[in-house]
Ligand binder design. Structure first.
Ligand code: IMP
Length: 200
């Protein structure tokens, strides 16, 4: 079976966040009809794997097998060199149940300071998986490297954007025009790889 995605295919986005749908549709050049796991009433699986790739695959496989449609899932996060890759797959969970990223960014700062290091390097990862119902799957990973700055700067973006300054730039993701971030982000790099793998 050739793992290619035909334009017009129904694709289930394994997310319960309807806000992600326009972003996913745009990143896939509007070629697909996107349904969400939430719309289809699919339960959300526990993210039990130890890597971004593992969790993206788990979510895509779960949605594909339950829905009978090809499914797309992502997993992403911030990894800090001096913290051995933390918060990593726990990036969302560091913000707590109220999704308080000011708290999560303070926690990153405190943990780094506690190590006494001068190494503030970090990277964002985005893993994307596409799974066929009871069939094969394709998974790719995109990464952007940078340096953390404290206090954070800028009010754009989301999550850890204010503290992340990508290599070769002097603005944080929180200060950049969205289009500038989108041109270099881990997510954009992962989608470029996915398109290269699955589009004709
Ligand atoms: P996910 O939704 O389980 O993949 O969680 C990803 C978490 O990683 C988000 O809640 C953000 O905290 C963080 N994250 C991922 N990508 C970005 C980004 O582009 N900017 C800032 N934070 C991000």
């Amino acid at each position: 079976m050739a793992l290619k995605l035909e334009a017009g295919t129904k694709l289930v986005a394994a997310t319960h966040n309807p806000g992600k749908v326009p972003e996913i549709a745009a990143l896939l050049d509007g070629r697909f009809e996107i349904l969400t796991a939430g719309q289809l009433g699919l339960p959300e699986p526990d993210e039990t794997e130890a890597s971004f790739v593992g969790n993206a695959l788990l979510k895509a496989r779960h949605a594909a097998d339950l829905s009978g449609h090809i499914a797309l899932a992502d997993d992403s996060g911030l990894s800090v060199t001096a913290l051995d890759g933390a918060p990593g797959i726990f990036s969302a969970r560091w913000a707590g149940p109220t999704k308080d990223f000011a708290l999560a960014m303070d926690k990153v700062a405190e943990r780094i300071e506690a190590t006494g290091t001068e190494n503030y390097s970090a990277w964002f990862t985005s893993a994307l998986a596409v799974a066929w119902p009871n069939g094969p799957a394709v998974v790719v990973e995109g990464r952007v490297d940078g340096t953390l700055v404290f206090p954070g700067r800028g009010t754009r973006g989301f999550g850890y954007d204010p503290i992340f300054m990508p290599d070769g730039h002097d603005l944080t993701f929180g200060e950049m025009e969205p289009a500038a971030k989108d041109a270099m982000s881990h997510r954009a790099r992962a989608f470029a790889k996915l398109k290269a793998a699955l589009f004709d």
